[in-house]
Design a protein around this ligand. Structure first.
Ligand SMILES: Nc1ncnc2c1ncn2[C@@H]1O[C@H](COP(=O)(O)OP(=O)(O)OP(=O)(O)O)[C@@H](O)[C@H]1O
Length: 420
């Protein structure tokens, strides 16, 4: 049932109130930030807070958190007030964009003074940018980084090894070009701040992020062993240890209500100290959305419900982990069963295409026969043959425990067994 319009009372730092009538189904987090910028043009805000029944402040940084706030507000309302249409104003407190120095638990002490007027040219771009072109979270700026080497390139951007000049700290800097508005840039920076609070041995440390023109740079711990894709196939007993780390990392983030959203060998990093860590968490829904809009595509690690555009959660994460384990163990993807995961519309592939075609290899008559097989199946059964996919790890070189584990990383199994 959709909720009725009601008043949000925006309370500024000097206790001045401004009332704003909203329809909870229609108002967005970004609109709220825009309202702040209209009534307080001299301050910049990246989030706001409201108070719960104990008077504790709860921060809102996204549409989802805003929805939670509305649910809380309507949930707290007395039935008789609701029946009489008496809706007390919901008071919110705009939050200034903070430099997170005192929240950076990784103890990186870096210059926090005003930002430079001009930034050093990026490794792959020239030109100089004024202050207004720089959005900032953390204490790192472009000109404080010395780029040493490109470590890799993903779908969206490039990763460099860089030295933070003031401290000598070696970091990995991931740069992604995103054509988005400044308001969305601010939201991304704000959403990324949660990474400062993450403190797990299984999660890559986050040092800061900044925008320069239309490019975001995210600075994280450098892992000298790189990502696991380099080491495939991985021996089973090593895989066991790796799995423990990945699961611990996932559980840690799940407890913070954060999904990784992109579990795959490329996002599991190792170092010569023997550590295994997850990187590239989808903590910023806005960043995930912006990347998805800029680089259309699905990937073969995605669970079917996600590819089909349905809601997804932890089971989809476990699915991706299953595919990852399969690939790490065998050195190749379980493609025959996974081809169903390739979306119908994205990247011009569809569920009738043979695996070699989906993978961008040369194809010919056999691919045509594959598509015909899928078509016949659909005509005979009225559904596609991929409705209830199972990962298979049939090769006998693996222990039954590993085979069983990987096969249980199936969305339906996880949802049924654990009720998540
Ligand atoms: N913190 C890091 N330390 C060392 N190497 C890294 C680090 N982060 C990324 N890399 C390397 O850079 C490569 C590219 O990373 P990137 O995150 O851009 O792409 P990806 O994960 O392969 O794909 P996608 O763009 O889909 O996320 C990784 O595969 C990894 O080898």
């Amino acid at each position: 049932m959709s909720e009725p319009p009601f008043t949000i009372r925006i309370r500024s730092e000097n206790n001045e109130d401004m009332d704003w009538m909203v329809k909870p189904d229609e108002v967005t987090f970004l609109q709220t930030l825009e309202v702040f910028s209209q009534i307080m043009p001299n301050s910049s805000h990246t989030a706001f807070e409201y108070e719960d029944e104990d008077g504790d402040r709860i921060t809102v940084r996204s549409d989802d958190e805003m929805k939670d706030m509305f649910n809380y507000y309507f949930g707290e309302m007395k039935e008789e007030d609701r029946a009489r249409g008496l809706f007390p104003p919901l008071i919110i407190y705009p939050k200034h964009g903070k430099t997170p120095q005192n929240r950076n638990i990784h103890g990186l002490k870096i210059r926090t003074g005003s930002q430079p007027e001009e930034a050093a040219p990026a490794p792959n771009q020239g030109g100089q940018v004024g202050l207004e072109g720089i959005l900032f979270c953390g204490d790192i700026t472009k000109d404080s980084l010395h780029y040493v080497q490109m470590l890799g390139q993903g779908n969206g951007g490039r990763v460099y090894r860089a030295v933070h000049k003031p401290t000598g700290k070696v970091m990995a800097v991931k740069e992604i070009q995103l054509d988005i508005s400044v308001v969305i840039q601010k939201q991304i920076i704000s959403e990324l701040e949660i990474l400062y609070k993450c403190n797990s041995r299984m999660i890559i440390s986050f040092f800061g992020a900044f925008f320069l023109e239309n490019r975001i740079s995210m600075c994280t711990e450098f892992m000298d062993g790189g990502s696991l894709d380099r080491y495939m196939p991985v021996e089973e007993k090593v895989l066991g240890q790796i799995s423990l780390c990945v699961i611990e990392g996932m559980l840690y983030m799940w407890n913070l209500k954060i999904l990784h959203r992109d579990i795959k060998p490329y996002n599991i990093l190792v170092n010569t100290a023997g550590e295994v860590k997850l990187c590239d968490f989808g903590v910023s829904t806005q960043l995930v959305k912006s990347i998805a809009t800029t680089f259309l595509g699905t990937n073969v690690y995605m669970a079917p419900e996600r590819v089909q555009g349905h809601d997804y959660g932890k089971p989809a994460e476990v699915w991706s982990f299953g595919v990852t384990l399969f690939e790490l163990a065998c050195g190749k993807l379980p493609f025959a069963s996974l081809v169903k995961s390739i979306a119908t519309t994205f990247l011009g592939t569809n569920v009738y295409m043979a695996p070699e075609r989906v993978q961008g290899h040369d194809y010919g008559k056999p691919a045509e026969v594959w598509s015909f097989g899928v078509t016949l199946f659909e005509l005979a059964c009225g559904k596609l043959p991929f409705a209830s996919p199972q990962l298979k790890l049939s090769d006998e070189q693996f222990s039954p425990q590993l085979v069983d584990f990987v096969n249980k990383c199936d969305t339906e199994h996880v949802a049924e067994e654990y009720g998540v």
